[in-house]
Design a binder for this molecule. Structure first.
Ligand SMILES: N[C@@H](CCC(=O)N[C@@H](CS)C(=O)NCC(=O)O)C(=O)O
Length: 203
């Protein structure tokens, strides 16, 4: 049986779990909950992924797959239904949109770690501002490109963005991201009712 090391609060792990629901392969992956942090690495996890990061998937034959984008590729290979990546000439466009969504999550997580891991008097406001700028520029791009970048299907790129927006709501690194982004808010309201997102909601 494949095993997924995850944490319910992790937006990267959530992408994988959402993809498992979308692909209807939940029964082919056992979920193992772990906690880790950049300053307190989980030793079991580090034995599989030297970076000590989750999500990390250990295949039935013992081979290991990380990070979340590699795991999504693996999950996509388990079933031909609901493809997460196109195989036509839009492939690299979709991978780029997926990377942009990934960047939103990365910048949000940097803000969370900056506040959580550093002593209060060491928190760098310019660093937080820079990460928040990345998030805002990316969301502004998505607002303009909702119809072409997100409409085609609920694929890896869309899953990444939905998990990113949910994480912005969950951890609030930029406050309310919705004002001035009507199209993006409407898209998110629609997709957040998908069973894959409802079943993996962060508390
Ligand atoms: N690029 C990685 C990022 C994974 C990541 O940063 N995960 C966080 C949890 S949300 C983590 O494990 N942090 C612990 C650490 O940085 O040591 C992916 O897409 O899987």
């Amino acid at each position: 049986m494949n095993r997924l090391y995850f944490s319910p609060a992790s937006p990267f792990a959530r992408k994988v779990r959402v993809a498992m629901h979308e692909k209807d392969i939940v029964d082919r992956v056992e979920e193992v909950e772990v906690t880790t942090s950049p300053v307190d690495t989980n030793a079991d996890l580090a034995a599989y992924n030297p970076l000590g990061k989750l999500p990390c998937l250990v295949r039935a034959d013992g081979r290991v797959v990380y990070d979340s984008r590699a795991i999504l590729r693996f999950i996509d290979s388990l079933s031909a239904d609901a493809p997460l990546y196109p195989s036509d000439d839009t492939e690299f466009d979709r991978l780029t949109v997926e990377s942009l969504a990934e960047g939103v999550i990365e910048a949000a997580l940097q803000c969370v770690y900056e506040r959580r891991v550093r002593a209060e008097d060491q928190v760098s406001q310019p660093w937080l501002d820079g990460q928040q700028d990345k998030i805002n520029r990316a969301l502004n791009w998505f607002e303009v490109h909702v119809s072409d970048a997100l409409a085609p299907s609920f694929d890896a790129a869309s899953i990444g963005l939905a998990c990113g927006l949910a994480y912005l709501d969950f951890r609030q690194p930029i406050g309310d991201w919705r004002p001035g982004r009507r199209q993006l808010s409407a898209w998110y309201d629609t997709v957040s009712g998908r069973p894959s997102l409802v079943k993996t909601k962060q508390n």
